[in-house]
Design a protein around this ligand. Structure first.
Ligand code: ADE
Length: 277
């Protein structure tokens, strides 16, 4: 996968050279180019913003530098700086990328979006600052490529950089080969499948007794069936306690008799589980 990021703060993306993302780049599973928006300004002050039309607080980013940056980055002729020495400015890996614009007014980014975007060959992230980017930029871009506005949650950050880091990490760890077998994403909270409406339960390691606290004996029993069942019980309990909205509205046919027992123990009224259909 190729990812291009356009930003006025390239330094925000240094963490992409670390750990899993760094290794994914070294192994060429992922190519990331980070481009300075100001490279596509033409005035002495490298201006990227101006006052909002209609008045109001803050500043709005100008559409023209964004459009020039996007055109340059997506034509494969980018002359802007690239982070981490990765050569992401050359020939594109696919003809047309998908443009992601992080914004608190976007649709909420979920694990489903991470899974969907991990199947794309090329993503471009446009990191706005201040009060956002003039809306005509995304309209114009949408005539050339798919465009999505995405939010990472119901809070307001100072700009799209951190949201972009969050989304890239969620997406990139799903790329084939990025996680080792031992770190399979299959068991993740929210992972697609029968457990997608559950968060993961607690995890343990050694020693078997630490400060008088035992690892639950079933985990040391070697009975894989019993371990799986215990893990599901704990996932159900944690979901009821921390994220009840994930269970609410969930089709009840996915719940077996033991699931219902565990939920009842947690005080979850079975009538709250959606009897859809
Ligand atoms: N920019 C500012 N806040 C944001 C959020 N919550 N998600 C995505 N981009 C943002």
């Amino acid at each position: 996968m190729r990812i291009d990021i356009i930003t006025i703060f390239r330094d925000y993306f240094a963490p992409l050279d670390l750990s899993l993302m760094g290794k994914a780049q070294q192994r060429e599973l992922l190519t990331i180019g980070v481009h300075d928006l100001r490279s596509w300004t033409h005035d002495r002050h490298n201006t990227v913003d101006d006052t909002p039309s209609g008045g109001g607080p803050g500043m709005v980013m100008l559409p023209e530098p964004w459009n020039e940056a996007l055109t340059s980055v997506t034509s494969g002729a980018s002359s802007a700086d690239e982070a981490s020495g990765a050569d992401a400015g050359g020939v594109p890996t696919a003809e047309v990328p998908r443009l992601i614009v992080p914004t608190p007014s976007g649709a909420v980014f979920t694990q489903r979006d991470a899974e969907r975007l991990a199947r794309e060959p090329w993503l471009v992230f446009a990191c706005g600052r201040y009060e956002g980017i003039d809306a005509r930029f995304a309209e114009e871009a949408a005539t050339r490529m798919p465009v999505e506005e995405l939010s990472i949650g119901d809070y307001v950050l100072a700009g799209g950089e951190v949201a972009t880091l969050v989304m890239i990490e969620a997406i990139a760890r799903l790329l084939p080969g990025v996680l080792g077998n031992s770190e399979s994403a299959v068991q993740d909270s929210f992972a697609e499948g029968a457990m997608s409406h559950l968060v993961e339960g607690p995890v343990y390691t050694k020693p078997p007794v630490w400060r008088g606290r035992e690892v639950p004996p079933v985990l040391l029993s070697g009975h894989h069936g019993a371990i799986d069942r215990w893990r599901r019980d704990e996932a159900l309990r944690k979901t009821v306690r921390n994220r009840p909205e994930l269970l609410r509205g969930h089709a009840s046919e996915d719940l077996d008799a033991r699931d219902r027992e565990v939920l009842a123990e947690e005080g979850w009224p079975s009538s709250s589980v959606d009897m859809a259909d």
